[in-house]
Design a protein around this ligand. Sequence first.
Ligand code: ADP
Ligand code: MG
Length: 585
Amino acid sequence: MTQIFDNPADFADEALDGFVAANRGYVARVDGGVVRSTEVPAGQVALVVGGGSGHYPAFAGLVGPGLAAASACGNMFASPAAGQVYRVAKAANAGGGVLLSYGNYAGDVLHFGQAQLRLNAEGIPTRTVLVTDDIASAPLDQIGKRRGIAGDLTVFKIAGAAAEAGLDLDGVERLAIRTNYRTRSLGVAFGGCTLPGADAPLFSVPAGQMSLGLGIHGEPGISEHPMPTASELAELLVTKLLADKPHDAGSRVVAIVNGLGTVKYDELFLLFGKIEKLLLAAGLTVVEPECGELVTSLDMSGLSLTLLWLDEELEQYWAAPADTPAFRKGNLAPRAARQLAAADAEVASDVERPTPAAAELGRQAVAVLRQVRDVVVEHEEELGRLDAIAGDGDHGIGMRRGVDAAVTAAEQAAAADGGASPASVLTSAGEAWSERAGGTSGALWGSAVIAAGLALGNRDSYSAGDAAATVSAFVDAITELGKADAGDKTMVDALLPFRDTFLLALDGGATAAAALAAAAAAAQTAADRTAELRPLKGRARPLAEKSLGHPDPGAVSFALIAARISAHTDNRLGNPEPAKQGAQA
Ligand code: ADP
Ligand code: MG
């Protein structure tokens, strides 16, 4: 149980405030997480880690010289929103670019991915290395699908040390990828964890049993086994990890025994002793191991073993000093305090001067978003019902929350003196959408709206070519982040025909309004057709059979929105001649 809180909804935020109060020599609070409070050499790559809260010392406890530059901190077990990741990374950037690294979970991938697109678009070179160490979550030939658990530490540590040593973004990324590739973990649970304010654990393990292959968000294990002795447990973990070793594994390994929250240190040490003997017996040399709480899961009763197969270069960075609230190694020269006010001011001071054409388009963008809100509100219940068939029933409410927030943010941006460009209106709107909506579709819509805004920019004039680029950017953002293909039964099945029809019509000399009408019709037909498909992505995947015969909710909402924008454009432009009507889609 978690006992100490006022309002459970504020738990993650208030815990983070207190963590900062207790560690001001290391970290400072920024919107969305923490950054180092000490001086960072100019040009150093910023390793930005993060994820949901409830995993301390991951992730905020690993911020400091020789390790992470910053951590984006979400709610309990929930990814930070894209806007938070973006702001944290921007505050952490020291001119050397940003490496985002975090455990491989769909929500984190969407939100960090969206932040990455935005950082890159603003000229801050940003890369991502996902941690995929959990061997229980997918077979070795699908290593990219594995979850990230305690292997976070090896990847972060080596990437952080490489950044500290002055390697450039390419170099830091290369080492992080290699470390992840050579890291394997496996965990067991004896009991589940309970979220603050909840009265039951997220899962439970029957008495006398052990669950093998736990996740760190209260995901139960893959299989249950009678509770083993310590020696049997050590044997099980070591055998399974050694069987999964990388093809070019050497004989020097880092071993990490990690407690998930309520297993006592004495028990962890006892197990570590047995594990070390087994590794030595297997001909391995154990290098600078760790034993303790490194990636936890609230009050979960469980532990994991991680092995990192070193090579010379990785060993050098693993052994390098680091100095963070929760992880210290070797000696680092003391750092001066950093002038953080300047970094905050920089984030806040992006004042733009829109051109007259951009300000006009910015106003139109607000009007279009209001139309989107209206159509979503009209269909909110229907979208919820559709999503409840094989999903979790929140598509209507999620879309509504997102678009409500987007309209408010867009109106605020456009109310600036002299108006605002579509870049400013739509990036504000998309960020608000993603932060308020939650869910998969919220992150995807948020990033698509931002991408559309960035494609339109702040220019002296606009043409039909800009409409084409905007539609492409919108669709690309969704496919790049969501990685769904045609036929997976997602909104992509409506988006692709929409885009293709739009571009073809423009190419054929149609006006933007006429192209939009044709594209919206194509989206509608395609959305209807998704009823014949089985979902291969998203939450509905496990319930594929139930979904047959019903269209995909995300495809349906997109088609409704496309139709409304098309009707709005027709009304506004009248019945346009197939001449130059600009790009006011
Ligand atoms: P969640 O699935 O998180 O509950 P929503 O219910 O709001 O989010 O949205 C569900 C819709 O999201 C699906 O109907 C589908 O169209 C879309 N979706 C899910 N995963 C993907 C993906 N990887 N790429 C594109 N669209 C997706
Ligand atoms: Mg849903």
